[in-house]
Design a binder for this molecule. Structure first.
Ligand code: MN
Length: 258
């Protein structure tokens, strides 16, 4: 049986992870390596300045005192007896849509898998959704990926609405940042702030992940890790050349590089 690596950012005890584990059990030996506590919105953080410890919770279940990306890194680079053929992160409690994917520990875990050369999927569920439905969607997609593979350096970001009517391939939507920080005063008279407190608003929905969910469809967005804006390379060509022409290294810097 091929080895599958499952993780999440809601913590190893989250029900979404158990649902995923059960749904994927028939596809391979599903190993769970997940953060010991919730790490939502931790992004792609890796733990480099303290040791990682792994607690065995079951035959194929492990808790790590680190981030989702730590878990994938450990799992792919040698903690498991074999290299996994697939990384699946989720089922996240709450959607990971549009620009928000950059904050997501769930999506970042799939990015880490992709960077390490393992086909990877992130699965997230709308707050009012059904875990069993999301896990079944994850199983369908995982099976397809195992059979057909994925384009190079590409991961799938999957979002599941409450009662899906079908499945759509989408692009990332964009948020409209109209919300303000919330400023409050604590009982000792000191000011503190809350960020990210408002309901998100979205630009045009047509063809986007948010649009698909809005219409009741599962959204699958292929993401790749090349953040280069290739069109901007052309648009900024003169900018780059004139900066280079303008720049005069100081004598000291030049001496150091010689
Ligand atoms: Mn989460």
């Amino acid at each position: 049986m091929p080895l599958l690596l499952l993780t999440n950012d809601d913590g190893v005890h989250a029900p979404g992870l158990t649902a995923l584990e059960q749904a994927l059990a028939e596809l391979g030996d599903a190993y769970v390596l997940a953060p010991e506590r919730e790490q939502s919105a931790c992004g792609h953080a890796l733990t480099l300045h303290r040791p990682l410890r792994v607690d065995r919770l079951g035959e194929r279940r492990f808790a790590v005192n680190g981030t989702p990306s730590d878990c994938v890194n450990l799992g792919v680079l040698g903690f498991l007896a074999e290299r996994p053929v697939l990384v699946v992160a989720g089922v996240n409690h709450g959607t990971n849509l549009g620009d928000d994917v950059t904050y997501s520990g769930t999506v970042s875990a799939a990015m880490e898998g992709t960077l390490l050369g393992v086909p990877s999927i992130a699965v997230s569920l709308a707050p009012n959704g059904d875990l069993a439905v999301a896990a079944e969607v994850a199983r369908l997609i995982a099976l397809r990926v195992l059979v057909a593979g994925l384009p190079k350096k590409t991961l799938l970001n999957v979002n599941v609405p409450a009662a899906p009517r079908g499945i759509r391939l989408t692009r990332l939507g964009h948020r409209v940042y109209s919300e303000k920080i919330v400023e409050q005063t604590d009982p000792r008279g000191r000011t503190h702030y809350w960020i990210g407190a408002g309901a998100p608003e979205w630009e045009e929905l047509q063809g986007t992940d948010m649009g698909a969910l809005h219409e009741g469809y599962v959204s699958i967005t292929p993401l790749h890790l090349d953040l280069t804006n290739h069109r901007a390379l052309d648009a900024l060509a003169d900018f780059g050349r004139s900066l280079d022409a303008q720049y005069r290294p100081t004598a000291r810097k030049r001496a150091r590089s010689e």
